[in-house]
Design a protein around this ligand. Structure first.
Ligand SMILES: [Zn+2]
Length: 451
């Protein structure tokens, strides 16, 4: 019993999480669109042949009570299932209520009846962007990004959608990719305060004081004295006045707390060894330097030993323990490598499974078959952060089991090809199949048979 507990603690100590949402200072993005653009398609559609039933359904919306219209319109929609004007008017009312998710569902019903009118197409575009921003801000950035990408498919030049994709990427933790997209965006919109604020945060996240200074200086001109600008300036000044730490071409190691004299360079040496191992294993290395901060704590659950949120956060105690820091650095740097190589698109189970695999962990005994449901839910999971400690342990264990199976069946060239395909924007299941000749279901079935 006691031994089991100790082993359990031993294995949990090297778990880590990707923390994205909670430590971002959210930029003010809600109302940055041209209000004209958003309001225009909120006109109710005409339906001249529908008569009194229609008039009484839309009258409340015209008088400023779209909620009542929604109810009457849904009765009308049920009575006239082949008339797309009803769900379209409903979508307009939902959008007026700020319920863009419901507006999108109503537009789906229109589309099932007939192709969308130009007005409905515009409403769908606006609703996707508004709802995408809500999702990106409230912890589901991958869904926000998908909505932005859907708009770009229809309107490739849509810079609001481009902003949404860049913002979502930043919230997903794919920082170099977010910077690439938002730098392009600011060429068209140099005065965009939210884009400048996100770029400043991306640079701060990478420990890049020079780039952060450029964005913060611009913000001081665009948005002087605001809460956001003042907070970013404060973070920048503390980055600029930090003592230099230890660094090489690829890595920067900085003690945030008071460290023993040689600790930074010891951690740098260890991180460099991990870096070289990972470069061989994944076939590439991050294009931008990765920062390792010793002695900071970020918003992670209690069971996490360290975190990666664009930079590695290594607790002081772990940094001082040679065996533990080796394991943790390999694990956290794997996240940096996979994020860079895949453009931030690697699925969570691959990310956490390979981080454990490359830290040197191997599954010796599988959990009992009673927990095999995890094999089905793994690919659907976007976060392990919400899990209790015992459930988190299972999630990590199954991630490792599948990743280990994958690495034992394939060589590093297949992994390299997979990451490259993700980086190029291929759909994940397709990238997986083309690279490994297998799909997740087949792979996980091999493990289920052994439970
Ligand atoms: Zn991890």
């Amino acid at each position: 019993m006691r031994l089991g507990k100790i082993l359990f603690l031993g294995s949990i100590a090297v778990l880590s999480v990707l923390v994205v949402r909670s430590v971002w200072q959210r930029p003010e993005v809600k109302n940055f669109f041209d209000p004209q653009l958003v309001m225009d398609p909120l006109d109710l559609p005409a339906n001249p042949t529908a008569g009194e039933e229609w008039d009484s359904a839309i009258a409340p919306a015209q008088a400023g009570n779209p909620g009542l219209s929604v109810r009457r319109l849904s009765q009308g929609a049920a009575a006239h299932p082949m008339d797309a004007a009803w769900p379209q008017a409903q979508a307009v009312c939902w959008a007026r209520l700020g319920r863009f998710d419901s507006a999108l569902s109503s537009l789906e019903r229109c589309l099932a009846i007939a192709p969308l009118s130009p007005q409905a197409t515009m409403l769908r575009r606006n609703s996707r962007i508004q709802h995408g921003l809500e999702l990106a801000t409230t912890g589901e950035p991958w869904k926000g990004r998908q909505l932005g990408e859907a708009v770009l498919q229809e309107f490739p030049d849509d810079s609001d959608a481009q902003f949404l994709v860049g913002y979502s990427r930043a919230m997903e933790g794919a920082i170099p990719l977010a910077e690439e997209i938002l730098n392009e965006y600011t060429q068209r919109h140099p005065g965009s305060i939210p884009a400048r604020a996100i770029l400043a945060q991306c640079a701060l996240r990478r420990g890049d004081a020079v780039r952060a200074r450029i964005q913060v200086d611009l913000l001081e001109g665009l948005d002087p004295g605001s809460v956001q600008t003042t907070a970013l300036l404060g973070q920048l000044v503390s980055l600029e006045t930090r003592k230099p730490g230890a660094s090489n071409r690829d890595l920067r190691v900085l003690c945030i707390e008071t460290c023993p004299p040689s600790l930074e360079s010891e951690v740098l040496d260890e991180a460099e060894r991990a870096w070289n191992m990972l470069r061989l294993a994944t076939g590439s290395s991050p294009t931008l330097p990765v920062s390792i901060l010793i002695g900071t704590h970020s918003a992670a659950p209690h069971w996490a030993a360290a975190t990666f949120d664009g930079q590695v956060h290594l607790p002081l105690e772990a940094a001082q323990n040679p065996a533990l820091r080796t394991t943790i650095l390999r694990h956290e740097l794997t996240h940096a490598f996979l994020s860079s190589a895949s453009g931030g698109r690697v699925p969570l189970w691959v990310n956490e499974g390979l981080a454990q695999y490359f830290q040197g962990e191997r599954i010796k005994t599988l959990p009992g078959s009673a927990t095999s449901g995890w094999l089905d839910s793994l690919p659907l999971r976007r976060s392990f952060l919400d899990l209790q400690e015992d459930q988190a342990e299972l999630a990590y264990k199954y991630s490792l089991a599948v990743a280990q199976e994958l690495m034992e069946l394939h060589n590093s060239t297949a992994l390299e090809a997979y990451l490259q395909r993700l980086r190029e924007g291929r759909e994940e299941p397709e990238a997986f199949r083309k690279s490994f000749g297998d799909d997740y279901a087949q792979l996980s079935e091999r493990i289920r048979r052994r439970l």
